[in-house]
Design a protein around this ligand. Structure first.
Ligand SMILES: *Cc1c(COP(=O)(O)O)cnc(C)c1O
Length: 357
């Protein structure tokens, strides 16, 4: 017998969520964001299921090459662009589309001897202050790229800092529209939150990430309310049951103390599987499909679940850490983080089971 933890990846749900993107932005093309190993779901697996997307976006040239080797011929965007001039020949040969976000990259492009040239996205910093040209340098940067023989098509892009929060996108959208007024080039602005909340940002290419994987980008709207289906279900089993009496404590540091007799299930899942150690007592968890809570600290390979009210729970009972029946956002919230971090953090020792719906 192998250890019972596994990550089930529901590929039909992934395709369903792509359909939700399309329903929200029917006139836009979709760049499916598959960075971070497709948010922990497996790059090639996700890209195959998302073959209906119009292109893909990720970070590493190595990952882009894996997509090309798997037969994907659609545009592949490198979201951080390139880091050195010597990458450009490969980018051109593999027809990858880098983001150009910094003057140094324009310099590298101008010094590159390319044959057919590359398509690029030119990124404007509209307030995120992470990547992109400031508004007053945008027009000169665009002109520089237009004049370069090494550059073919240029798509204009920005990224929102607060599309999921009360800040919204208004100030950043206005900055983008002002800086790009008067050019007829294609545009790309919207992440998941903007796709769902701000149709005025959809433009030519939308860039959904988290919503494809079935998680809500908003604190106040659930994935189910948005019509999204969870793609990853992290499950395991109870591997031991302890009968506690009042005063008994649970786990490292004994941070939970029983105030009455209770049954506790030990679950084969710990932080070395990617379950967040920040999730303390009270984090939601399902045992035999029933809602209960974790108890005490998460350890490397195990955590503990309260079996009160689940009398049929026993060694071998199915446990859901997140996914179907338990939104990953709820677990993330209990650990003071966001679903993105949990999905990306599942470690390679967790076996993956593909479900084709
Ligand atoms: C990660 C990323 C996205 C996708 O964001 P979600 O919130 O997951 O939809 C879109 N655009 C850029 C530039 C990104 O880095």
């Amino acid at each position: 017998m192998t250890r019972p933890i596994r990550a089930c990846i529901d590929l039909a749900a992934l395709r369903h969520n792509l359909g939700v993107v399309r329903a929200h932005a029917p006139k836009s093309k979709t760049l499916a964001v598959v960075k971070a190993d497709a948010y922990g779901h497996g790059l090639l697996r996700a890209a195959r299921a998302l073959e209906g997307a119009d292109g893909f976006a990720l970070l590493n040239i190595e990952d882009a090459l894996r997509l090309r080797e798997s037969g994907i011929t659609k545009p592949i965007v490198l979201l951080e662009g390139f880091f050195a001039r010597d990458e450009l020949a490969l980018i051109e040969a593999q027809r990858l589309t880098p983001v150009v976000h910094h003057r140094e990259q324009v310099k590298m492009l101008s010094g590159a001897a390319l044959r057919s040239g590359v398509d690029v996205l030119l990124k404007l910093n509209t307030g995120m202050n992470r990547l992109g040209f400031p508004a007053d340098e945008f027009a000169p940067a665009l002109k520089a790229l237009v004049d370069l023989p090494a550059v073919n098509e240029i798509i204009l892009m920005t990224h929102f800092a607060g599309a999921d929060e009360r800040d919204g996108v208004a100030a950043q959208l206005e900055c983008f529209n002002r800086a790009t007024a008067g050019t007829a080039r294609a545009r790309s602005l919207a992440n998941s939150a903007a796709i769902l909340s701000y149709p005025e940002t959809h433009a030519d290419w939308v860039r959904p990430g988290i919503m494809l994987y079935g998680s809500s980008p908003f604190a106040d709207r659930t994935a189910a309310q948005l019509g999204l289906e969870p793609v990853m279900t992290l499950e395991s089993e109870i591997i031991a049951v302890q009968e506690l009496t009042a005063g008994d404590r649970v786990g490292y540091g004994g941070t939970f103390t029983a105030d009455k007799p209770m049954r506790v299930g030990t679950v084969a899942c710990g932080y070395a599987d990617g379950y967040p150690r920040h999730c303390g007592t009270g984090t939601p968890i399902l045992v035999n499909g029933r809602h209960t809570r974790t108890l005490g600290r998460v350890s490397m390979d195990m955590l503990c679940a309260d079996l009160a009210g689940i009398p049929d729970a026993a060694v071998g009972s199915r446990v859901t850490l997140w996914g179907r029946g338990l939104p990953v956002e709820e677990v993330a919230g209990a650990g003071g983080t966001i679903s993105y971090e949990l999905l990306c953090a599942v470690t390679p020792r967790v076996p993956v089971v593909e479900e084709h719906g």
